[in-house]
Design a protein around this ligand. Structure first.
Ligand code: 13P
Length: 252
């Protein structure tokens, strides 16, 4: 079954609203004829409304980078799924390794966040991946199995295919050390098999992205791998020209 590739830019904590506006005006003409691929930017909360307004009617979808699992409550500094939904935000990145490592994001919270996003009509991009130490210790599969099993535990089989998973080996994030094609393919095929173990059809249709030092010069090779359904792009998504080049590689 054909899966439409998704190229998503994760801006992390970059770009004020004015900078985001400048970016989108430079990006839109470059992606207007994009065909056969979905395109998203995952932006800071303060950029959401402006990016949703500026990208209306274009191929660019706007995602947030985190959310709380409760719809509302006494959680100072947090943002809920219905708050994102009302802004016409299309989805949300969940469980990025920076949130797991620097802000104490747990699998337990993710098990609640992923279904909460789906219930609010948001597409969750669930990030998983191993550290360098875990790869060296041949613990990659154990780590991925643990994260996939725990984080998707609350998603009913019938809705599994609506989730997007991003395989982001932590040692490849922001390091310029992209995973070899074989490593990316192997890990992503493993993730797909885990999902298929719960629901065969969901495993077939769920999209799994690769993330970690994706650049215009390595995107085509990664995107051509049989189980890789797109990319989650950090640094190279901050520049409209390089992000558009990566998007073009996915639409070919
Ligand atoms: P880089 O593309 O900068 O390595 O970041 C990857 C990432 O963390 C995307 O979520």
């Amino acid at each position: 079954m054909a899966r439409t590739p998704l190229v998503a830019g994760n801006w992390k904590m970059y770009k004020t609203e004015a900078q985001a506006e400048e970016f989108i005006q430079a990006l839109l003409p470059r992606v207007s004829s994009l065909d056969g691929a979905d395109l998203a930017i995952c932006v800071p909360f303060t950029d959401l409304r402006a990016m949703v307004d500026s990208s209306r009617g274009s191929p660019v979808e706007v995602f947030a980078q985190n959310m709380h699992y409760e719809p509302e409550g006494p959680f100072t500094g947090e943002i809920s799924a219905p708050m994102l939904g009302e802004l016409d935000v299309r989805g949300v990145v969940l469980g990025h390794s920076e949130r797991r490592q620097l802000f104490g994001e747990t699998d337990k919270a993710l098990a609640l966040k992923v279904p909460a996003a789906l219930d609010a009509g948001l597409v969750p991009i669930l990030c998983v991946g191993e550290t360098e130490e875990e790869r060296d210790g041949e613990e990659t599969e154990r780590k991925l199995r643990h994260q996939i099993n725990e984080d998707l535990a609350g998603v009913p089989a019938a809705r599994l295919a609506e989730v997007v998973v991003a395989y982001e080996p932590i040692w490849a994030i922001g390091t310029g050390r992209v995973a070899e094609g074989e490593q990316a393919q192997e890990a992503i095929a493993f993730i797909r098999a885990l999902v298929s173990g719960r629901d065969e059809a969901a495993g077939e249709s769920l999209r799994i992205l690769y993330g970690g030092s994706v650049k215009p010069d390595n995107a085509a090779e990664l995107l051509a791998l049989p189980d890789v359904d797109g990319a989650l792009v950090g640094g190279a998504s901050l520049d409209p020209a390089s992000f558009a080049e990566i998007a073009a590689a996915a639409s070919r």
